[in-house]
Every structure is written in C-alpha cells, then in structure tokens.
Design a protein around this ligand. Structure first.
Ligand code: MN
Length: 246
C-alpha cells in the first residue's frame, strides 16, 4: 500500500508525525504538508504566487501553501513519486465535526485526494492538547487496515477520535454530521498603533448533536466515522425551484 499524508497544522505538528509513524509501519509513505499552521483554510488553492517545496531532515516535504496545495502538488507535481492508494490527513489538533468540515484544512487535504479519485481519510482528535495521541495514531492505523472494501471508491471518510487511552477506544460508530450553532462573534481589539483589529472567534457549540451524529458518538467515547460527499446540491429545493421556474 502507498499512502500520501498531509495535514493543516503544519509539517512540525505532533499529530502529523504520529500519523506518519503509524502509516510507515504498514505502507510506503510520503508526507507533504504546509510549512505553517493553516487550520481553517478549507479547500483553498494558492493562485496569486508560485509555491516551493522543501524537504525536512526527517524526509517530510513542506510547502509554503495550503493543505489543498500540498496534496495537489504531491499528486500532480511528481513529489510523491507514486500514485497513492490512499490519502490520509491529520491527526488534527481538535475536532472537525458538523459544519467544521466546510472550514477544515484537515478535511480539505483528504478531499483533494478524493477529488483526484483516490480514497481519503481525515483524522482529528476531539480535544486540543495532543492527550493520548499515541492511541489516536493506533486507531488511525486500525482504520486504514480495515480497507472498507464494501464502500465504492473513491470514498471520503471523516474520523473524529476521543482523547482516550487505546483500551477505551473500543467502539466505532458510522455517523452523520451534526450541526453547530452560529459561530461566536469576532473579538474586536486595537493594534499598538490604535488601529481597529478583529480576531475570528471560536465556532459555535453543537446544536444538532442527537443520536447518530458525530457529536453524539464522540461525546459517548466512541470513534466517529462519517462518509462525506462533495455535491452540495439541495435535492429537495432543486425540485421546488424547478417547479417555480417552470
Ligand atoms: Mn488544524
């Protein structure tokens, strides 16, 4: 098996290193990740400047761009040196559940692989701080080894892992995305020269966290796996709109 690995927390992130070590034990790997933390960069591509690729002493490649840039360059720029059987992203510092998946660079890196026809899995730990990262890496290995042969390829899976010891991570649930409340407002402040500045605030809390959702599963200590698709068409409203427009 050949695996391309990326993330959005940057090539120095402990979650990426743990994921790469876990994958290297079961596959031929290449790591191509952003040179800095690009969390929240979604599926953005850098189009206003050229990008460069460097290699760290541990063999990881890093790019002065977004997670999507990284996977795009790895797949089309010959960096990987192979066509991967799988793209994995993470392990992200913090959950990517519900609406997070639209903003997430972790999910975006996986999505870029998926859009190139390659099965892809995004991994996130529910809480910040890297507690039980070794357990999350073992879970990632277990999930990759499952292979999901019953799913049509390519698949795009979003995995959220509670920060628990490995022995306690014994339940895995297939989930749908929950929903969040609106994000918290921006934090207004002033820079040292008195100019108004704004910090984007944190996401809202879970609004739809009912049974069957990613929020519900992880809240109860289970690993959540949500199969994603990228077609945003609202099928129900499409019919209403067709009727309205004749
Ligand atoms: Mn991140």
């Amino acid at each position: 098996m050949k695996i391309l690995i990326s993330n959005d927390d940057g090539y120095l992130a402990p979650g990426l290193i743990a994921l790469a070590e876990a994958m290297a034990a079961i596959a031929e790997i290449v790591v191509v990740a952003p040179d800095s933390n690009r969390s929240g960069s979604s599926n953005s591509l850098t189009l206003d400047r050229p990008l460069s690729v460097s290699q760290a002493s541990n063999g990881f490649y890093f790019v002065n761009g977004t997670p999507t840039d990284c996977v795009h360059i790895a797949l089309t720029g010959g960096i990987a040196g192979f066509v991967p059987d799988l793209v994995v992203s993470g392990i992200n510092q913090g959950q990517n559940m519900g609406d997070d998946t639209l903003y997430s660079g972790t999910v975006a890196a996986a999505t870029e692989g998926y859009l190139f026809g390659i099965p892809a899995i995004a991994f996130s730990q529910v809480h910040h701080g890297w507690a039980h990262l070794d357990a999350a890496a073992k879970v990632a290995r277990d999930i990759v080894l499952r292979r999901f042969d019953t799913l049509p390829k390519p698949y795009l899976l979003n995995v959220n892992i509670p920060n628990l010891p490995y022995e306690q991570l014994n339940t895995t649930i297939a989930t749908r995305l929950g929903k969040r409340h609106m994000a918290e407002p921006v934090v207004r402040s002033q820079d040292p020269r008195g100019r108004e500045i704004y910090w984007i605030g944190p996401p809202g809390g879970a609004k739809d966290a009912g049974e069957g959702t990613d929020f519900h599963a992880t809240e109860h200590g289970a690993i959540s796996i949500t199969p994603l698709q990228i077609d945003l068409t609202h099928a129900q409203q499409l019919n209403l709109l067709r009727r309205e427009l004749g």
